[in-house]
Ligand binder design. Structure first.
Ligand code: PEP
Ligand code: MN
Length: 341
């Protein structure tokens, strides 16, 4: 339920209304916008009598019930874009969403300190603002490289210390959260998008930005419901990510669903970024699809870059070389002024 506050209502009247809502068992969330102030009601609103609310006509302008099952992530509940902030040591935080665009780049997996440092330096000089690298890898085969785990996180910290780039890394197990202390953005991968215990853990016990990747078989509603878990836990810092869905087409690794970018901007206030590397599985397709994502209003990109793709331990075929990445960044800078948002 969303209560639109009458223009001109005073702070005391709004506070009294909030108190009334709490007495009736719901948690109010006030959003003060340029044009209007609204109160989103969290919890069981079935007992709230709309007639009694409308009778408070000095403070209540209108009341609407949100029919969608996702509430906190719903744009009706929170009309302004959420701008997620990522702290940067000794500098202003990086912002993503609400017109702020960031590019996250780096290897699929952390393989060695030399590898990560070489790639981190290269992507930084090309204009990336965050470094990605998997230390815990969700692999289809148990015999494939599983990641350097704790040592991988140490290497990412070393790369951050040298380059100043905040790091993004995938967490797969709720018990690992303390190990991710020096990771700036916690990635929840496609395979774990519906790992509800993991979503609850990062929602309740962390306030770090969560990069929530859409599962390859998830509907938009399912993606938003997973994001709702994180916000319901108390962590408002969620960045959604489209990374391709599974269709009948097998020429590409997945089918990129760019429709979700403008669609989700309508349905939700959360930022949405695109991962054209996993969406296509083909390095040469990453540049054109990144440009497309930027133009349709994505809030950022996450792309895989490797200094020796043929020998990458994971996802070499979709990894750009540093030179390809630099060319792509030039393209992005050229098209960003034409972004529809
Ligand atoms: C990754 O980012 O390396 C990854 C495993 O992504 P996804 O969960 O989208 O497959
Ligand atoms: Mn990968």
């Amino acid at each position: 339920m969303v209560i639109v506050i009458r223009n001109g209502a005073g702070e005391e009247q709004i506070a009294a209304l909030e108190g009334w809502l709490v007495e009736h068992g719901v948690k109010p969330s006030v959003t003060v916008g340029d044009k209007q102030t609204i109160i989103g009601c969290i919890g069981d609103v079935s007992q709230i009598d709309e007639g009694r609310l409308m009778a408070m006509s000095d403070v209540v302008a209108s009341v609407k019930r949100i029919q969608d099952p996702y509430k906190l992530v719903n744009r009706q509940f929170h009309p302004q874009d959420t701008v997620v902030e990522i702290p940067v040591a000794g500098g202003a935080p990086l912002k993503i969403g609400g017109g702020h665009f960031q590019v996250i780049a780096g290897p699929c997996s952390v393989e060695s300190e030399e590898q990560v440092l070489a790639i981190a330096r290269a992507v930084k000089s090309a204009g990336a603002t965050l470094l990605r690298g998997g230390a815990f890898k969700p692999r289809t085969s148990p015999y494939a490289f599983q990641g350097l785990r704790r040592e991988g996180l140490r290497i990412l910290s070393a790369a951050k210390a040298e380059t100043g780039l905040p790091v993004v890394s995938e967490i797969m197990d709720p018990r690992d959260l303390p190990m991710f202390d020096d990771v700036d953005v916690l990635q929840i991968g496609a395979r774990n998008m519906q790992n509800y215990e993991l979503l609850k853990e990062v929602g309740t016990n962390s306030r770090k930005p969560i990069l929530l990747k859409r599962s390859f078989s998830a509907t938009i509603k399912e993606l938003l419901m997973s994001a709702e878990y994180v916000l319901a836990g108390g962590n408002p810092n969620v960045i959604l990510c489209e990374r391709g869905i599974r269709t009948y087409e097998t020429t590409t690794r997945n089918t990129i669903d760019l429709t979700v970018v403008p669609l989700l901007h309508g349905k939700s206030h959360l930022p949405i970024i695109v991962d054209p590397s996993h969406a296509t599985g083909v390095a040469s397709l990453v540049h054109p699809l990144s440009m497309a994502a930027a133009v349709i209003g994505a809030d950022g990109l996450i792309v895989e870059v490797h200094n020796d793709p043929p020998h990458a331990l994971c996802d070499g075929a979709q990894s750009q070389t540093p030179e390809m990445f630099a060319a792509m960044m030039d393209g992005i800078r050229n098209v960003r002024p034409f972004a529809c948002r």
